[in-house]
Design a protein around this ligand. Sequence first.
Ligand SMILES: Cc1ncc(COP(=O)(O)O)c(C=O)c1O
Length: 432
Amino acid sequence: MYNLNDNLQENSKRAENNPQEKYSGMGQAGQGGQTGQRDQGGRRVYMDNSATTPQDYRVTEAMTAFMTETYGNPSSIHQFGRVARTAVEKARGQAAELIGATPAEIVFLSGGTEANNLAIQGVANARANKGRHLITTAVEHHAVLDVMTQLSKKGFELTVLPVDSEGLVNLADVQAAFRPDTILISVMHANNEIGSIQPIAEIGTLARERGVLFHVDAVQSLSKLPISVIDMNIDLLSVSGHKIYGPKGVGALYIRKGVKILPMAYGGGQERNIRPGTENVAGIVGFGEACRLAAEGLGGVFAIERLRDKLLNGIVESIPDVIVNGPLGDLRLCNNVNVCIKFIEGESLLLSLDMQGIAASSGSACTSGSLDPSHVLMAIGLPHEIAHGSLRLTLGKQTTEEDVDYVLEKLPPIVERLRAMSPLCDCEASQL
Ligand SMILES: Cc1ncc(COP(=O)(O)O)c(C=O)c1O
């Protein structure tokens, strides 16, 4: 008979022996990896960790009981409910600890998109009588930009700060944007496409001095950069489970004690009336465990950074006419490679890489289904035709040296082949 516990123990044993399998059985096809299409050569390399990360097996283990025998509703007063409540509160503590908050300041919800929506709409609706001016940047995720745009159609005024060629905001521009009626500034910590890390602590100081609330989308930076909501003067912070080796469909919004926001939904008292609805207990438990593991593993980012640099340098050295997008050095997120490969289309490149078992993206995952060039690449000043050739490779803690070598082996001949077919390419000029 199938026994779940035996199966989990077996998975853990396998994972201990093979680091790649710690994350949902990543690695070479045919070794108990994820189901899905196999590439021709048998190897699969996942380089799309900013779209989502594989779930850590310890997260799965922590969640399993809450998807099977421990099914109480945390709002129930009986024992079943109390067990679930205890687990949710433990996770709240784990999430709070990772960002230097107190558990009472954490609201669980469905992920980064909802957290951004709730933070921005919640503040706008609660503070509309104090002022109607909002500030953000041109490189935010759509879950910020589109909310801001909606609010601007409802009588709020919006300042969208430009960024420089590396995707960074200028503090003088931030300072100049504040007005007496500004109620909120929202700036992401690290950009999901090109990895630029914004001067969050400095912006926090400017906002706090002026009594303006400061929201930070930290979906990409959590687990990769240290975050202290106190030291950085952050009032609201969005985070998401599936970017930190946790489950999809769960995340949290930090709301500093004393900050009033209005809910977006009504109908229950859960999560302090701010996010009503029965809690996703298993998801929250998994998110809490992912936060605990992230706190333990922050030191591991150096290993990812080393592989990232090897990949980035290898691409630039082996392929002519490549532009690196985003900053180099400390202001770049540890796992991000983003380049524009001139004379080819990002989509064709993605398909060719996929056929070799390499998962990458062009622009962000959310926009790669559209033919519009990425708003981030436009904001850093790239012309359309160059932005169309963008390639994002994002590493994770399961990425190995062999993965990087494999990409460096496969990518240059793919580019050469696509350029040879491209009407945009003067192949002799680019010496192919
Ligand atoms: C910077 C940023 N914010 C928000 C989100 C949305 O998060 P979720 O997928 O949890 O809704 C993403 C997802 O890619 C992101 O990269």
